[in-house]
Design a protein around this ligand. Structure first.
Ligand SMILES: Cc1cc2nc3c(=O)[nH]c(=O)nc-3n(C[C@H](O)[C@H](O)[C@H](O)COP(=O)(O)O)c2cc1C
Length: 165
């Protein structure tokens, strides 16, 4: 398997911590970057990508991702495998839960997007990040279900590992 580039946008550290866990599960094949500190060429240099963003505003991306996407919007992801992670709060923001995943998906949908997760077990009302019975990526709720994060990360990494190039 080629290297996996993990790119995160995080305001108060939760998404960063989740990505560190993902990187540690993936082992030597993973490299982790703060999206605020990388350029487009670094991102597009990877064939295997994990994009992770906290959710802010009303179902929006974390600010650094908003800025990064201005450069990435026209990019061709069709040769890439991409997995998405959204971090949010399903209690206080139950009608826009982890919608960061939805916005990332819009940018990379020409890629082979992997790592959908069943919505079962999450506490929320609605989310544009859900398609059918599944989130379009890994949803994490550190505010209300932090005790489930480690298990969710482990199961998800096992699920996506074999999908990478
Ligand atoms: C002003 C504000 C707006 C938020 N909006 C949403 C939202 O729309 N949907 C959601 O799921 N979480 C929302 N959240 C919750 C954060 O995504 C959550 O606290 C997350 O763990 C923060 O991750 P970070 O530490 O990586 O920045 C919001 C939090 C704040 C403070």
């Amino acid at each position: 398997m080629k290297k996996v580039g993990i790119f995160y946008g995080s305001e108060s550290g939760n998404t960063q911590e989740v990505c560190k866990k993902i990187a540690s599960e993936l082992g030597d094949s993973a490299e982790i970057f703060d999206i605020a500190k990388v350029d487009k060429d670094t991102i597009l240099g990877f064939e295997n990508l994990i994009f992770a963003s906290a959710t802010y505003g009303s179902g929006d991306l974390q600010d650094d991702w908003e800025k990064a996407l201005k450069n990435l919007n026209e990019s061709d992801f069709s040769s890439k495998v991409v997995a998405l992670v959204g971090v949010g709060d399903g209690d206080s923001y139950g009608d826009t839960f982890v919608e960061s995943i939805y916005h990332l998906y819009q940018v990379v949908k020409s890629a082979k997007v992997v790592g959908r997760v069943s919505k079962e077990g999450y506490i929320f009302e609605e989310s544009m990040a859900v398609d059918g019975e599944e989130f379009l990526g890994l949803a994490i709720d550190e505010e209300n279900q932090s005790e489930l994060t480690e298990g969710r990360v482990k199961a998800w990494v096992e699920q996506i590992r074999g999908e990478f190039i």
